[in-house]
Write a protein that binds this ligand. Structure first.
Ligand SMILES: *Cc1c(COP(=O)(O)O)cnc(C)c1O
Length: 221
């Protein structure tokens, strides 16, 4: 078995995708050293699921970490907001007014966010219900200091990624319909969907940001 070279994996995936598709290197459970390797290979966005791990990664990487964007891709608990604000550049998992209000109250400047949509309507997943996404965008718009940059979604697990295609299509249509008449402070430029197993299909269906962990760093222990 050859050792995993996260930097080389990143470079191969980068070369295989259109330049306008941004890659979030999903770094949960990885060491600061592994994260450093993918940044050295050109990664410009690191995705974190846990506030504490994000803090550790950033603190360990110093100036190297300041050269990239840090995205919170996990569900942000309201009691972690104060800790998370200085660590992350973008909060991908905003899915309720309760969370958005709590973030807006604590932020001392504009916050960049993506609204997470529960595209499969699964009880086990976070994300605003598909039908409620437009209302949530209007509500967030009214808060004033949250800037929505787009949508994110985690599709239901499908053994065959082809089966995930309808969910990606659904998200693309939602993005397009919301973009027709967005409220103030809301842009719908980013459509973040697709993971190791599914990112190729997601990109075919219009994703311009993908979140990839395993295909870069190898299987998690
Ligand atoms: C872990 C994770 C990913 C990446 O998953 P892989 O299948 O390892 O690529 C993407 N998005 C979120 C929210 C994750 O937690």
């Amino acid at each position: 078995m050859s050792p995993i070279d996260a930097g080389e994996n990143y470079r191969k995936i980068r070369a295989s995708l259109p330049p306008e598709v941004r890659i979030v290197a999903a770094a949960k459970t990885r060491t600061p050293h592994e994260v450093r390797d993918v940044i050295a290979a050109g990664a410009s966005i690191i995705g974190e699921n846990y506030v504490q791990e994000g803090e550790l990664h950033r603190a360990s990487l110093g100036d190297v970490g300041r050269a990239v964007e840090w995205h919170m891709i996990g569900h942000l608990q309201r009691n972690k907001i104060n800790k998370a604000l200085p660590i992350f550049d973008v909060f991908q998992g905003v899915d309720s007014m309760k969370l958005a209000r709590a973030m807006a109250k604590r932020a001392d400047g504009p916050l960049r966010v993506l609204v997470e949509v529960n595209v499969g309507g699964e009880d086990s997943k976070s994300g605003v219900a598909f039908e409620e996404a437009a209302g949530l965008l209007r509500g967030i718009s009214g808060l004033g200091n949250l800037c929505v940059e787009g949508l994110m979604a985690m599709e239901p697990y499908c053994a065959d990624p082809e089966d995930a295609r309808p969910y990606f299509k659904r998200m693309r249509r939602l993005q397009q319909s919301l973009a027709e008449d967005p409220p103030p402070n809301v842009a719908l430029d980013i459509l973040c969907m697709g993971m190791t197993h599914s990112y190729r299909v997601a990109v075919e269906e219009g994703a311009n940001m993908v979140r990839i962990g395993t295909a870069i760093f190898g299987p998690r222990e």
